[in-house]
Design a protein around this ligand. Structure first.
Ligand code: ME8
Length: 630
């Protein structure tokens, strides 16, 4: 058993949670879930950063005392993570006594060891970033991040002797190539360390800022918010002698966005070294989301709106998009259109259809109990080897936080299973009693493939994985590390037909700001005479088959009174052939024939559509085929 401790940044409570916060927290959640499935001992920490100018100002603006204000927003963060199903083990707030105690303990220790001194400093200060900028960093007298004017302030403060750790830190980073990853961020820190490192001002005079943790050796000062905040990673574990600290600290990995690389890549290692705590194992740094191409600023309400899309499309679809779309470490662009496109293609089409097709054939041709397989052929062997390769690829990708790669691999497996259903064609085997052993082999392997998919997906799409497991009769069985082995589906397991896991969303180019379209007034009325020209009749579906190369089309052979004819219907993404055979439907019988993908279609089936869901119309009483519909 391996041990794993993962932290997210603790988020500022000056505003409600937004897309960026959600991304980091979802990434951490997927990683922790994955490691728990492997049988690892995991501790997942998140929380809120509640001191400093920024928070004090936001509270003042809201007209409430800072503590009441932080209580409210911290609760909002917690509620959001609970709603999103984030599996954190602990939530730390920097205003909690357990945190303040450790911050003061560490400050006292550093003061006693002469690691902190009292001095004077003048510099250009940004209130947004809560830090001084050097001449080199300033752009046109402004903060490079906020583009606001900097304020020159000179004051006496306490300083941490960070400069003396410069050579040591360079040595550490150089000797452990993956300490900061991906590599671009390691290079960024090494680049920064080529310039002389300054000492770090770690206090703020109370005359200027009250809202912070008082220095234990001078209560005229409070602790600089970054010095306070970084300590959360050890205070939450009960440093210095808590059991959790002993168990988890040696295995710590941090996860952050690139905006806070410097405090984590420079200040924090130096602080740890000075206090005598071992360094973290890895600092994992991801890129930045921009919204629809523009730079995503923390002050734009749109990023909060973007997070609201998780409720509109479902948490799993939202998670999938974030994890799949961003190459970990690089920037990415968020848009509702891109989310809907992935939802339709990868989730509704590739995954949702597979689950519904596979469970339907097991129910229709094996009475809903997974049959014992007969002899395996090369087709089954290929399925198994594909699964094993994918499983190992996912594992390697997850060691490097490469979520996009992990999901890409899982979708290779899903595509392989889709190809397997097509080529093994269980509906054709079912027609021939002599081939029942082959049919059983195919149905068993479909059930096993769905089981394997549910295991692979569990960390990324937890609710979907659970739904798949329920349809497979595995709903109550928690996933164990052995479940990553092929062939664990037990014959006899009861399977039910899956409902559409992800309804298709009509692609209507939605935008974040667009309101729901108003219901349109009826227009273009037709007279009863005109309507009577349309000959609507009931028909019975005798056979249904997919059209090669046309993903959306099914060819239906229908009985219309005494007549048999073929029609082509664009419903292949919503119905399997098995679901249609034997069903009564309604068709336009006197439509001009049309040739679609080489097949002549003589009529049109009627179906209702809303929100991407398509429902084929059927009479609700048993009428003979050919009955007139009026
Ligand atoms: O910096 N894209 O808190 P914060 C991706 N309290 N991730 C984003 C993002 C975006 N556009 N915007 C924000 C703080 N994030 C400090 C941290 S830690 C000891 C103290 C995510 O509320 C990303 O993880 O500004 C980033 O690092 C973090 O939110 C910053 O959150």
């Amino acid at each position: 058993m391996r041990t794993f401790y993962l932290t997210t940044p603790i988020y500022y409570v000056n505003a409600p949670p937004h897309l960026g916060h959600a991304y980091t927290t979802i990434v951490a959640d997927a990683m922790c879930r994955y490691r728990r499935l492997q049988g690892d001992r995991v501790h997942f920490l998140t929380g809120t950063d509640e001191h400093g100018d920024k928070i004090a100002q936001a509270a003042a603006k809201a007209g409430v005392p800072p503590q009441a204000y932080t209580d409210k927003i911290a609760a909002e963060f917690r509620k959001t993570w609970d709603r999103l199903g984030i599996s954190y083990d602990d939530f730390i707030r920097t205003t909690e006594p357990r945190h303040k105690r450790v911050v003061q303990l560490i400050l006292q220790k550093l003061w006693d060891a002469w690691e902190i001194y009292f001095g004077k400093y003048g510099g250009h200060y940004c209130y947004g970033c809560e830090r001084f900028y050097t001449e080199k960093e300033i752009v046109d007298g402004k903060c490079p991040d906020h583009q606001t004017l900097l304020t020159y302030i000179e004051e006496e403060n306490y300083f941490f002797r960070m400069s003396k750790y410069q050579e040591w830190l360079i040595g550490e980073i150089e000797s452990r190539p993956d300490m900061i990853r991906p590599e671009r961020y390691r290079n960024e820190i090494l680049g920064f360390l080529r310039e002389p490192l300054q000492d770090l001002s770690i206090s703020r005079p109370r005359t200027r800022l009250e809202w912070g943790i008082p220095l234990p050796f001078d209560d005229r000062y409070v602790t600089y918010v970054w010095f306070d905040a970084l300590i959360n990673y050890v205070s939450a574990l009960g440093h210095p002698d808590g059991e959790r600290f002993k168990t988890f600290w040696p295995h710590v990995q941090h996860l952050i966005g690139k905006d806070i690389l410097k405090p984590h890549g420079v200040y924090w290692p130096c602080m740890l070294k000075a206090v005598g705590i071992s360094l973290y194992q890895h600092l994992n740094v991801h890129g930045y989301w921009s919204l629809g191409g523009g730079k995503m600023s923390k002050s734009i309400g749109n990023v909060v709106e973007a997070l609201a899309l998780t409720d509109k499309y479902g948490h799993d679809a939202f998670r999938y998009f974030l994890l799949r779309e961003m190459v970990f470490g690089l920037d990415a662009s968020f848009s509702e259109e891109a989310l809907v496109a992935r939802l339709n293609a990868d989730l509704a089409n590739d995954l949702g259809n597979l689950v519904s097709r596979a469970t339907t054939v097991i129910v229709n041709f094996a009475g809903g109990a997974v049959p014992a397989p007969g002899n395996e052929t090369d087709q089954e062997l290929l399925l198994r080897t594909t699964f094993e390769r994918v499983r190992d690829d996912v594992h390697a990708a997850m060691e490097e936080f490469a979520f996009h790669r992990a999901l890409g691999s899982i979708w290779e497996f899903i595509a392989a299973v889709n190809r397997y259903v097509d080529s093994a064609a269980p509906w054709a085997l079912a027609k021939d009693p002599a081939r029942s052993s082959r049919l059983n082999t195919v149905l068993y392997h479909l059930a096993e493939s769905l089981r394997c998919s549910s295991v692979l997906l569990a960390a990324f799409l937890p609710a979907t994985s659970e739904k798949i497991r329920k349809t497979l009769g595995l709903g109550d069985a928690p996933i164990a590390p052995e479940d990553f082995q092929w062939g664990r589906m037990k014959p006899g397991t009861k399977v039910v037909k899956a409902r559409a896991l992800f309804p298709r969303i009509e692609e209507r180019k939605p935008s974040l700001t667009e309101k729901e379209p108003a219901v349109t007034e009826p227009s273009n009325r037709v007279s009863i005479e005109e309507f009577r020209k349309v000959e609507l009749r009931t028909a019975e579906v005798l056979a249904a088959e997919p059209l090669p190369k046309a993903k959306k089309l099914l060819k239906l052979t229908i009985k219309l009174g005494e007549e048999t004819r073929a029609i082509v219907a664009g419903i292949a993404e919503h119905y399997t052939p098995e679901e249609l055979v034997g069903r009564k439907i309604v068709v336009v019988a006197n439509l001009e024939p049309a040739t679609l993908m080489g097949v002549e279609s003589n009529g049109m089936l009627l179906a209702a559509e809303a929100n991407g869901v398509i429902s084929v119309l059927s009479p609700d009483k048993d009428l003979p085929s050919g009955a007139k519909v009026k």
